[in-house]
Design a protein around this ligand. Structure first.
Ligand SMILES: Cc1cc2nc3c(=O)[nH]c(=O)nc-3n(C[C@H](O)[C@H](O)[C@H](O)COP(=O)(O)OP(=O)(O)OC[C@H]3O[C@@H](n4cnc5c(N)ncnc54)[C@H](O)[C@@H]3O)c2cc1C
Length: 461
């Protein structure tokens, strides 16, 4: 999904409105992620370095790469058995299924465009308007219906922005200005897929800040052979220690001491590049304690839940469009399907999504329950003759102990300054991760740029 697209649309609509009125992972088989995610790293035995980086996601690896290229001795400590963090690809079904990020959001000027090219990671542009849209009962929405509903959604988003405050939830204001908005099932689809997916739970999303964040221009492209290729590329030659969950960081002595479940490490500086969910959970003990301002920022920024599902059949039974839409009354689950056959021709598979509470609920559901719900939707769309899939894979980010959610968002209670606080060093402890990027939070490029920024703090000192 064009996660930034809705925000661009809303911003455009806001401009015209202003002119007008002058105003562990769990894939079903998660460990089946391809062995190519193993870094070709020079894993060493030293326990002392110039810099220790905690977390081998895009942020941590980007920081480590920059520091190592500048001649610093770097050890990367990663809790998981693979590098990449939320860049995780499952190839066990013969197709590269990204459990985390899929898209480069806006290719022009986006550093991930160059990184993907350098890593030899192929991409494809899908057309968000190439859609077959169904209502309940298998009735097809026309292109006009779809476009009009999109317009109604954009108008509503702009009104919420105008009438809501930062501390109000999007849903609260929506209910106030348009009671019964959810009776319009197609508009509900847009709220769900263009907004909740992109941001976070409607009842927690800030009415005044939901469109914050910058976006790159250019098309949105999808990785076709796995986003993890970028992580593997960045990790090559780095000293990455896998299966090393950090439990404490002590910045009270001559050197920073970083302790994992099995060893102790020392360095002049440390970069902590773990997800906001892990920071919220207090998994890592900091000495001295993080300042109150930092703790408030950790609490203040929202961390959502989004899960992805891949269903594979023997043959394609759906329309030859890039996306399928379904508009049931129950929102936030299996209402938007990406046609994998458009990405990798000859692949009879659909990728679909669950957001917010529906994502959290899905993670406790059995595979059979998940398949049953997806098939209820697909059979309502395409008829009772549609067979069950032959295989399924899925993520479970909210229950992954090394992530505990999917990506950050501006919730009621977030201040944009929180992102700056999250990015600010505390003593010799530096911080990176998508949640430390005021401009580009919730994205791969935000994570990458934050890693470069944290490395720069150390190199420029
Ligand atoms: C379902 C989903 C879809 C997404 N879609 C997109 C998209 O299409 N495009 C896009 O740009 N972005 C997308 N994102 C967001 C993007 O994936 C993230 O913003 C980005 O990958 C985060 O990188 P990071 O380095 O900040 O964190 P992570 O990738 O989470 O890396 C943090 C690392 O820290 C490790 N760690 C955690 N705790 C410890 C510990 N105690 N000790 C040591 N290591 C630890 C973790 O295992 C992990 O490897 C998506 C995310 C999800 C979940």
């Amino acid at each position: 999904m064009s996660r930034r697209r809705v925000l661009q649309l809303a911003a455009l609509a806001a401009v015209s409105a202003a002119c007008a009125d002058d105003d562990g992972p769990r894939a079903t088989d998660s460990d089946a992620a391809d062995a190519s995610t193993e870094p070709s790293a020079a894993t060493g035995s030293a326990t002392t370095a110039d810099v220790i980086v905690v977390g081998a996601g895009m942020a941590g690896l980007s920081a480590a790469r920059r520091l190592a290229d500048a001649g610093r001795r770097v050890i990367v400590l990663e809790a998981n058995s693979v590098v990449g963090g939320r860049l995780r690809t499952d190839r066990s079904l013969g197709v590269a299924f990204d459990l985390g990020a899929s898209w480069i959001h806006g290719t022009e000027g986006n550093p991930i465009t160059d990184l993907a090219a350098a890593a030899g990671a192929p991409t494809v542009e899908l057309d968000f308007d190439d859609v077959t849209a169904f209502d309940e009962g298998g009735a097809r929405w026309t292109e006009d219906d779809f476009a009009e509903a999109e317009g109604r959604f954009e108008e509503l988003a702009v009104r919420v922005l105008e009438e809501g405050d930062d501390d109000d939830s999007f849903e609260e204001i929506l209910d106030e200005i348009e009671p019964g908005w959810a009776d319009d099932r197609l508009r509900q689809f847009f709220v769900s897929t263009y907004l909740v997916f992109d941001t976070g739970d409607l009842d927690r999303l800030s009415a005044g800040l939901f469109d914050e964040g910058e976006a790159f221009d250019g098309p949105e492209v999808v990785m076709t052979d796995g986003y993890d290729r970028l992580a593997t590329y960045l990790a090559r030659g780095l000293d990455v220690r896998l299966g090393e969950p950090v439990v404490s960081v002590d910045d009270t002595g001559d050197e920073v001491v970083v302790t994992t479940a099995s060893a102790g490490y020392t360095a002049a500086d440390v970069i902590i590049a773990v997800p906001l969910g892990v920071m919220k959970a207090g998994t890592i003990a900091f000495s001295p304690d993080l300042p109150d301002e930092h703790r408030e920022a950790i609490e203040g920024v929202g961390f959502n839940a989004v899960d992805k599902f891949l269903f594979v059949w023997d043959e394609v039974f759906w329309d030859d469009t890039d996306f399928l839409v379904y508009s049931p009354e129950r929102r936030d689950v299996f209402n938007w399907f990406l046609n994998v056959d458009s990405l990798v021709p000859g692949t009879p598979a659909l990728m679909t999504f669950a957001y917010a509470d529906e994502a959290r609920t899905s993670e406790t559901a059995s595979d059979d329950e998940v398949v049953a719900l997806a098939m209820a939707h697909l059979r309502d769309m395409y008829g009772d003759g549609v067979p069950d899939p032959v295989a399924m894979r899925r993520s479970a980010w909210a229950n992954d102990p090394f992530t505990l959610g999917s990506y950050s968002f501006t919730s009621a209670g977030t201040s944009m300054d929180h992102f700056d606080v999250l990015a600010a060093p505390v003593g010799r402890m530096h911080f990176a991760g998508e949640h430390t990027s005021r401009e580009y939070f919730s994205t791969v490029h935000g994570a990458h740029l934050s890693g470069l920024r944290a490395a720069g703090e150390i190199l420029d000192a």
